[in-house]
Design a protein around this ligand. Structure first.
Ligand SMILES: Cc1ncc(COP(=O)(O)O)c(C=O)c1O
Length: 425
């Protein structure tokens, strides 16, 4: 028997001696771009870096329009508003996602309707979507969670049948492909986050993507105090940022990105395809190593997922193969072995302390009916619960930027816990 690191034994990896690859990644290119922006004096408002990034991101995503914004929360809100979603409309989303996906639905006075997820991808279950549709349903927000892709064929079929908007929450999926089409190019709108943990980042930031001119025009106005973008037309991508001076087109606020963020994103986007390739190759290898350990299951990768984009590396744990060791103890033991946090998934939104609409009656108590309809407790999400409380293990995507030997080390750490589980049960 070996002594587990959590009990004081030597860890599989001593990160003081061999740290994991760093995140975020930057070099002299970011430094040069930031200094250039500083010296230009153009620090915001449709500057050359923003225009260039939007052009690059549209091309990368394979859409006509990409519009960057302050973060991936406001991009969801803008998307809902562009689709005309508001008072009393129902929006279907998975119960397992970051709170922003639901909070923005509240912020347009619509009703978040949580449905359960598929146990092997942790993405929204299309069969549950169908059951949740009512005459008030206006949109679906599929979230491509961690390394998985939602079944976009089924979701688009359901949306087409019921005439619903599809807003892809791609906060975890920059560059992922479904049947050769990039995340964010399949639904009506794609919403991206460039927050620090994401695999394309400027610290904060976001973008929306679309092929639909009317939606793109509204999205551009919504991020910019409601101004109608005059340079945008239906045949070209976003223009040079000239605006009509005849007043506002639609009520909105300032959700703009800065030139500093755009400068960093341009450099990051040049690197990301190769980083995604390395993460995908390592992810495939690591999955092959861990899935032969009893009690560990890799996330299901659909054959239609032609390119993977990992935001974190996730897998499923079954304690009965680990002598009954609870998942939180397994995660703590793994964290001690590899020197990087093994975390649970997002907490289901009917139990999330950061998703508590009833703490804000002054904003959300529009009517008694509405107040009841936004109570997260009215939803039951058994698969989400099982994932969060019993099965999920998620590790930062920077581990996938390492070598083959690094992947072997992670698998060996899991095997070590398997072999010595009774010592911490
Ligand atoms: C699935 C999902 N949607 C939306 C967001 C919101 O993005 P941001 O943090 O940029 O506001 C996040 C951020 O973590 C997310 O994970």
């Amino acid at each position: 028997m070996k002594t587990l690191a959590i009990l004081g034994g030597p860890p599989q990896r001593d990160v003081k001696v061999s740290p994991w690859p760093k995140w975020p990644v930057w070099d002299h290119n970011e430094e040069r771009a930031l200094i250039e922006t500083l010296n230009s004096g153009v620090w915001s408002y449709n500057g050359p870096k923003e225009t260039e990034f939007d052009r690059m991101f549209a091309e990368f995503t394979g859409v006509k329009y990409a519009i960057s914004a302050a973060n991936g929360t406001v991009t969801l809100q803008m998307s809902l508003e562009a689709c005309g979603i508001g008072i009393g409309d129902e929006v279907i989303l998975p119960g397992l996602t970051w709170q922003a996906t639901a909070a923005t639905i509240l912020d347009v006075n619509a009703i978040p309707v949580f449905v359960d997820v598929c146990e092997d991808t942790w993405c929204i279950d299309p069969a549950e979507i169908e059951k949740a549709i009512t005459p008030r349903t206006k949109a679906i927000i599929p979230v491509h969670l961690y390394g998985s892709f939602c079944d976009m064929d089924e979701i688009m079929r359901i949306a087409g049948k019921h005439n619903l908007f599809v807003i892809e929450d791609c906060a975890h999926k920059h560059g992922g492909e479904w049947n050769g089409k990039k995340a964010g190019s399949i639904g009506d709108i794609g919403s991206f986050s460039f927050q620090l943990s994401k695999h394309l980042t400027a610290g904060e930031g976001g973008a929306v993507t679309s092929n639909n001119f009317e939606l793109a025009e509204k999205l551009d106005a919504l991020r910019n105090c409601g101004r109608r973008p005059v340079a945008m037309d239906s045949s070209v991508d976003k223009g040079a940022g000239q605006y009509a001076d005849q007043g506002n087109f639609i009520q909105s606020g300032n959700f703009r990105i800065t030139e500093f963020q755009a400068a960093i994103l341009i450099e990051g986007l040049k690197r990301m395809p190769e980083q995604n390739r390395v993460r995908d190759e390592n992810g495939i290898y690591l999955n092959s190593l861990i899935s032969i350990i009893p009690g560990i299951r890799a996330m299901r990768r659909d054959k239609r997922e032609t390119k993977e984009a990992y935001f974190n590396f996730a897998f499923r744990y079954n304690k009965s193969e680990f002598k009954g060791l609870p998942v939180d103890k397994f995660r703590a033991a793994l964290t001690a072995e590899i020197g990087i946090e093994a975390a649970p998934s997002y907490i289901p939104l009917n139990k999330c302390s950061l998703y508590v609409p009833h703490t804000k009656p002054t904003r959300y108590k529009l009517t008694d009916d509405y107040w009841r309809s936004i109570d997260p407790q009215r939803f039951t999400l058994p698969v989400c619960d099982r994932i969060y409380f019993e099965e999920s293990v998620c590790i930062h995507h920077k581990i996938l930027m390492g070598s083959k030997a690094d992947m072997e080390l992670i698998a060996e750490a899991i095997r070590k816990i398997y072999d010595n589980a009774e010592s911490i049960c």
